[in-house]
Design a protein around this ligand. Structure first.
Ligand SMILES: CCCCCCCCCCCCC/C=C/C(=O)SCCNC(=O)CCNC(=O)[C@H](O)C(C)(C)COP(=O)(O)OP(=O)(O)OC[C@H]1O[C@@H](n2cnc3c(N)ncnc32)[C@H](O)[C@@H]1OP(=O)(O)O
Ligand SMILES: Cc1cc2nc3c(=O)[nH]c(=O)nc-3n(C[C@H](O)[C@H](O)[C@H](O)COP(=O)(O)OP(=O)(O)OC[C@H]3O[C@@H](n4cnc5c(N)ncnc54)[C@H](O)[C@@H]3O)c2cc1C
Length: 602
């Protein structure tokens, strides 16, 4: 119910209070992150911690880190990540902002040469940030060396006014009434703003006092390292958002009753309808699947970071492909699922008090930020095409593409599934996913060799990423899992996750010859049985996410199931209900009614 201005101020207040508590309670970095997470309102601090600090860590020299991170860690400065421009987002190489070195003063001149080069979107830029890592084309000795990162002070640390040459503001209201409107995504134009040479982030490349450009021995792709880090965290966000939506829809489905009353008895819980289960339980399974793959991705990221520290860059391409692909597939699936959960809750799901509209509006942009999902999947396709060609020349693939080394078998194998029960076998499931992914990648590589195109391979990339998720779920179930019967429930969810994908993408599986039509229909039959088996534990499986009512923020998803009184109470809180007769009655309603009444009497 807050206006944009009130909402923004509320975010400032919460962030300041959270920081106060972080200091008072001596919270660790991890605990402070959790605190921000549960505040659950996008704000400038997200950009400060999730992008500004990591950008300096990844691209700054030790000296630069010491100087800037010391201030950033104490919140003496607030930073953002200013990459995207009005005319350029996905294509980072196309950015127009310039950083021209002036050897006479030992400074860079930061400039926005065109309207389209205005920085546009950075979170916290609009009203809050005092500093930013700004991405700009480095020009020295008359040559353009492409995009590099620069630390810039944007606002005075005394009175917060923009520094000379900097025009800065908010880009305006966004989708939904609350959601991302708590964030001051900003616009910024630079008019020949001078910064010292040592504010270029110099771990990847340096400019000497004389203006010479010098490469470091690290790959230039590390410039994109911050995005890799954030994409990895977004997978965990997607799993969390999806599990919240599913928790609301499952709990409500157990309360809501429609039709089916026999002899005057109670109606049927909508969760008992097979159609409801077949729409909802794949989301329940996906929430668990995304959580497990998110945990694995965090491990992969930590591993690659350790390797980078010892100058081993060999796993960087895989880390890029996995983070890009998983960010893309999990955020798209989550946005679609939240929207569907609204429908699964019927009309009440459309009310703000269900919590679903806000959840949808906050998570929808994850399909776009940190890389448009299609653009990122095309990066995965590019990685797959390279791997296929390496396999063809005898190189053994490793990591998530290791299965491609089994090319002889996977290109011609036939699924062993013969009965409904055979679809319980994880090895049989994994084999059809591997065969589908490999065959689609090889087909794509063949098409590209005939007619090269940047846009081929989108579907092959999706198939590969889905294989990763299925594989990581299966691997999780090979670990010890505590709790009586928990593993059995997770096995059922794993089956649902994999088999619903076979159902959804049956065209791919059939056209690549990985399964027959009969095997496809056995998979559907198995799926129906799994839904019925999961039903008795569905509520427990969402209770297991352990969300408080406060965090869930939903009248429909309440733990105690007292849905109707909660909806009723929430309705009365609406400002429209502050008066019995609404504002506007005297000016617009009354004259209209009176006039019509008069006319009818004539
Ligand atoms: C509510 C509280 C919650 C709290 C928690 C919240 C957390 C969430 C906060 C989220 C906040 C979000 C804020 C949003 C921020 C942003 O959106 S920042 C801006 C993000 N922008 C993008 O993502 C742009 C996407 N575009 C690109 O990344 C690149 O332009 C491109 C598409 C990858 C193309 O790059 P380019 O260099 O032009 O071309 P290529 O020729 O395709 O690539 C060259 C080689 O580089 C390899 N590569 C590309 N990217 C990477 C990488 N990241 N890492 C490693 N390697 C990379 C690529 O594979 C090529 O390799 P070769 O094939 O070997 O040549
Ligand atoms: C809420 C939010 C917060 C953000 N925060 C920040 C931030 O803090 N800092 C920052 O720098 N940026 C930020 N961004 C910007 C964000 O990173 C970009 O919007 C994103 O990278 C997508 O770029 P774009 O907007 O240029 O989309 P475009 O690339 O213009 O995409 C438009 C359409 O074109 C398609 N398309 C583009 N290229 C191709 C291709 N090669 N092949 C096929 N289709 C293609 C896309 O799929 C899409 O459908 C934020 C954005 C949002 C929405």
């Amino acid at each position: 119910m807050l206006s944009r201005k009130e909402l923004f101020k509320d975010t400032l207040k919460k962030a300041a209070h959270a920081w106060k508590r972080t200091v008072e309670l001596h919270l660790t970095e991890e605990e402070a992150n959790l605190l921000r997470l549960y505040i659950d309102q996008p704000g400038y601090v997200d950009l400060h911690w999730v992008m500004f600090v990591p950008a300096i860590k990844g691209q700054g020299t030790e000296e630069q880190q010491k100087k800037w991170l010391t201030m950033a860690y104490k919140f003496q400065i607030i930073g953002t990540y200013a990459q995207t421009e009005l005319g350029h987002g996905s294509n980072v190489q196309g950015l127009e902002t310039t950083a021209t070195f002036d050897p006479s003063t030992d400074e860079f001149i930061m400039h926005s040469p065109t309207l389209t080069s205005s920085k546009w979107w950075p979170g916290g830029l609009g009203k809050t940030s005092t500093h930013a890592v700004v991405y700009a084309r480095l020009i020295t000795e008359g040559k353009d060396y492409g995009i590099h990162g620069f630390i810039m002070q944007l606002r005075s640390l005394d009175d917060h006014s923009p520094l000379p040459g900097i025009t800065i503001g908010d880009i305006g209201g966004k989708f939904g009434s609350g959601a991302y409107n708590s964030m001051d995504n900003g616009v910024m134009r630079l008019d020949h703003v001078r910064i010292p040479r040592d504010q270029m982030l110099m771990r990847l490349a340096q400019v000497t006092r004389e203006g010479k450009y010098v490469h470091s021995d690290v790959p230039k792709q590390l410039l994109y390292g911050t995005m890799v880090y954030v994409r990895q965290t977004i997978v965990a966000d997607a799993s969390r958002a999806l599990s919240r939506a599913v928790c609301i829809a499952v709990r409500y489905g157990a309360i809501r009753k429609q039709f089916g009353s026999k002899a005057g008895g109670p109606e049927t819980q909508v969760l008992n309808y097979k159609t409801q289960q077949s729409r909802l339980f794949p989301f329940l399974a996906s929430a668990y699947a995304f959580r497990f793959v998110g945990q694995w991705l965090k491990w992969l990221y930590t591993d690659v970071t350790q390797k980078l520290e010892s100058k081993d860059f060999s796993t960087l391409p895989e880390a890029h492909a996995c983070t890009a692909g998983l960010k893309s597939v999990t955020t798209s699936a989550t946005a679609d699922a939240i929207e569907e959960c609204q429908k699964l809750c019927g009309g009440h799901g459309y009310l703000n008090s269900s919590g679903l509209p806000e959840l949808f509006a906050v998570n929808l942009p994850a399909c776009t930020y940190e890389g448009d999902n299609v653009v990122l999947l095309l990066q995965v396709a590019r990685f797959l095409m390279k791997t296929v060609s390496q396999v063809a020349s005898g190189k053994q693939p490793v990591g998530t593409t290791a299965y491609m080394g089994n090319i002889q078998h996977l290109m011609q194998c036939k699924s062993v599934v013969n009965t409904v029960e055979d679809w319980l076998n994880p090895a049989a499931i994994k084999e059809v996913f591997e065969a589908r992914a490999l065959r689609m990648a090889v087909n794509c590589a063949q098409n590209i060799s005939k007619a090269p195109s940047q846009e081929e391979g989108f579907e092959a990339a999706v198939a590969h990423v889905q294989l990763i998720i299925v594989t990581k779920f299966i691997e999780k179930l090979q670990e010890d899992i505590l709790g009586h019967g928990v593993k059995e429930q997770l096995q059922k969810l794993c089956g649902i996750y994999a088999l619903h994908l076979i159902h959804k993408h049956l065209g791919d599986f059939l056209s690549t010859g990985c399964v027959t039509a009969r095997q496809g229909s056995l998979a559907n039959e198995r799926l129906g049985k799994l839904y019925a088996q999961v039903r008795p534990n569905a509520v427990a499986l969402v209770d297991a996410f352990d969300y408080t009512d406060h965090y869930l923020g939903s009248a429909l998803g309440r733990y105690d199931g007292d849905v109707y009184s909660a909806l009723y109470k929430e309705a009365w809180k609406d400002p429209l209900n502050e008066t019995v007769v609404p504002d506007g009655y005297q000016e617009h309603l009354r004259p209209l009614l009176k006039q019509q009444l008069k006319l009818s009497r004539l």
